[in-house]
Design a binder for this molecule. Structure first.
Ligand code: DHB
Ligand code: FE
Length: 285
């Protein structure tokens, strides 16, 4: 039986990818950020899963205003890094897991979540920056990855509650897969940032840290936050944080199991325009 061993949460600022790709991680501006991921990289080396179920958002790269799927599951054998304007990032091609993705599609759709199934898709910084932060610069990504894109770019975005419930359905799907696989679920994007308009540059440290507190200890309560609070407190792009609730909803305690262990927690400002948050939660065996 497959199982979800841990969940990982982190922001996806494109400039972080540029700093890695251009060898700038030890420059004074970036060094404190990358230091916060050293423990995480060591942990992941020791706890490399078979598959990462990676919840992220595309930024009008693979999708556009022509087609706006709320939840889009990546079914392909591989996903190429996207050209976001400066050429594709020099990172490995993402290898999917078609059997598990097919099983998750079957199970989650039969649990009444109407996923869009995507057989061909390029992946942008939303997916590749978290992989780079956690794995560094390997020649190949050390495990397979199933992408789940969530629309948080064009309103209406799904509610936190819906995301939290989807996470629970994904856990049931993974646990009913009959191969013995170690699966991690990652929730990415956020934390507070606003990239346009009168409040461009907004960052809210206090709110971000309270979000991390509640994500650990009160995820069900946190799931009931309305969109307007994300936007008011964390800026227009702070809405990316609803994706973290999908990963959190897939943890064992939500289904009556033991509380997760907090392996690592980190928060850093500045990184471009974004409050960077990071958390590793492990399910006790
Ligand atoms: C930034 C953050 C994002 O989440 C994004 O998608 C693009 C840019 C930033 O802080 O620069
Ligand atoms: Fe983003």
């Amino acid at each position: 039986m497959a199982r979800i061993s841990a969940s990982v949460y982190c922001s996806h600022v494109p400039a972080i990818g540029v700093a890695i790709d251009q060898g700038k991680t030890q420059e004074p501006y970036w060094q404190p950020l990358f230091k916060g991921f050293e423990t995480s990289k060591a942990w992941l080396k020791e706890h490399t899963p078979d598959v990462i179920f990676l919840v992220y958002n595309d930024h009008a790269t693979a999708f556009s205003l022509e087609l706006i799927p709320t939840f889009a599951l990546g079914m392909a054998a591989e996903f190429m890094p996207a050209d976001e304007g400066w050429g594709p990032r020099p990172v490995p091609v993402v290898q999917g897991h078609q059997e598990l993705a097919s099983h998750i599609a079957q199970s989650v759709i039969q649990q009444d979540f109407d996923l869009t199934l995507v057989n061909q898709m390029v992946v942008d910084h939303g997916l590749t920056v978290p992989l780079s932060l956690m794995f560094g610069q390997p020649a190949a990504w050390p495990c397979q990855v199933i992408p789940l894109h969530v629309n948080v770019v064009q309103y209406p975005a799904p509610s936190g509650q819906r995301c939290f419930q989807l996470g629970q359905a994904i856990r049931r799907a993974v646990e009913s897969f009959d191969q013995d696989l170690n699966v991690q679920i990652w929730g990415t994007g956020g934390m507070s940032h606003q990239l346009q308009g009168a409040r461009a540059g907004l960052i809210n440290r206090a709110w971000d840290n309270q979000f991390l507190d509640r994500l650990i200890a009160d995820p069900a309560g946190l799931a009931s936050l309305p969109h307007v609070e994300y936007v008011r407190e964390a800026g227009s792009e702070g809405i990316e944080l609803v994706m973290w609730l999908i990963a959190r909803g897939a943890m064992a305690d939500v289904a009556g199991g033991p509380a997760p262990r907090v392996h690592h927690r980190f928060y850093h400002v500045p990184a471009s325009n974004t409050g960077v948050g990071h958390l590793i939660l492990e399910n006790p065996r």
